[in-house]
Design a protein around this ligand. Structure first.
Ligand code: R5P
Length: 311
């Protein structure tokens, strides 16, 4: 089965292809001088794309990731439909329609945090994007989406998969934590799952977001004195959440604090800031970053495997 990726998700797409024993196809991509993207699926791979379901690996981040995802979905759908017509009259122009069979695997679902309408006129962007993408393929696998509830009105098959087993495994081997902490109540389920796999206690902090850069953590009695604690979150962006959580843990006597996440965005100098607050930063490779030590491919593979069964 072919696994196709554009420019942004090449590493994780390659890992997924290896994990599943599939054939990796790098789409040809470049940028026009005005910044617009160009994408072409290599002609030598048309046959494999037409003979088996195709897996596209693409994130909806940054914004041009959404465009690239849409372009790849359209290119593969045309190839499977047999619409190869082109102005240069290269190759066969038309072939039999073999039927669309496309699975989209999304390592990082950008816009996931825009999952609610707080004021009239706002857009639930996470839902809008899912609705468009799901119409253009036969199933979507999403790795550790911020809030899966935003997908509940999507009619097409979607599998939300998690890298929690791989994160737990990494933390057990490399950090050996005594305690797992969720930086807020909303993410406690993830912390609980990691803690159960490692067999250590867990808890959460009460978090209040003042603005995009300011977080307040309410004091809460945690049994972390003398302990090695790993804070587990779905994503780290500015690092503000983790820094404040780490400070709260150290005030309560934690001797070592680590941060682990699936999506390491690390915006606005986050890694420098985090280095002053935590002893280690551990991320999956859903996004390319200097702390990408945990593979997200096994989780994506679990979702793809599941969807193949219903195609
Ligand atoms: C929010 O609910 C998320 O789960 C993360 O905690 C948050 O997005 C992290 O952002 P930052 O690193 O900017 O604090």
């Amino acid at each position: 089965m072919p696994v196709i990726s554009g420019s942004s998700c090449r590493e994780i797409a390659l890992s997924l292809a290896k994990e599943m024993g599939m054939h990796f196809i790098p789409a040809e991509t470049r940028r026009f001088p005005d910044g617009e993207g160009y994408l072409k699926t290599p002609a030598q791979d048309f046959e494999s794309i037409r003979s088996e379901p195709a897996v596209i690996v693409s994130s909806t981040f940054p914004d041009n990731g959404i465009i690239q995802t849409m372009m790849m979905l359209a290119s593969i759908a045309d190839i499977q439909r047999g619409d190869l017509s082109n102005l240069k009259k290269e190759g066969v122009q038309e072939m039999e329609d073999v039927g669309r069979k496309i699975i989209l695997a999304v390592p990082y679902y950008g816009y996931a945090r825009q999952d609610k309408r707080f004021s009239a006129g706002e857009v639930v962007a996470a839902g809008v994007i899912a609705s468009h993408l799901s119409n253009a393929c036969d199933g979507i696998v999403i790795l550790d989406i911020h809030e899966p509830k935003v997908l509940e009105n999507i009619e097409h098959p979607i599998r939300c998969v998690t890298a929690v087993p791989e994160i737990a495994n990494w933390l057990r081997e490399e950090v050996n934590p005594d305690f797992i902490l969720s930086p807020d109540k909303g993410a406690v389920e993830r912390a609980r799952n990691v803690a159960e796999l490692i067999d250590v206690p867990y808890s959460y902090l009460e978090k209040k977001r003042i603005d995009a850069h300011t977080i307040e953590h309410s004091p809460k009695d945690l049994d972390v004195s003398g302990k090695v604690v790993a804070i587990v979150d779905d994503m780290i962006s500015t690092g503000g959440t983790i820094c404040r959580a780490s400070d709260a843990l150290r005030r309560q006597g934690a001797v070592e604090v680590h941060a682990a996440c699936t999506h390491g965005l690390f915006t606005s100098g986050a890694l420098t800031r985090l280095a002053e607050h935590v002893d280690g930063i551990h991320s999956s490779d859903s996004l390319a970053n200097p702390r990408a030590v945990i593979s997200g491919a096994p989780a994506l593979a679990r979702g793809v495997q599941d969807l193949i069964g219903i195609l």
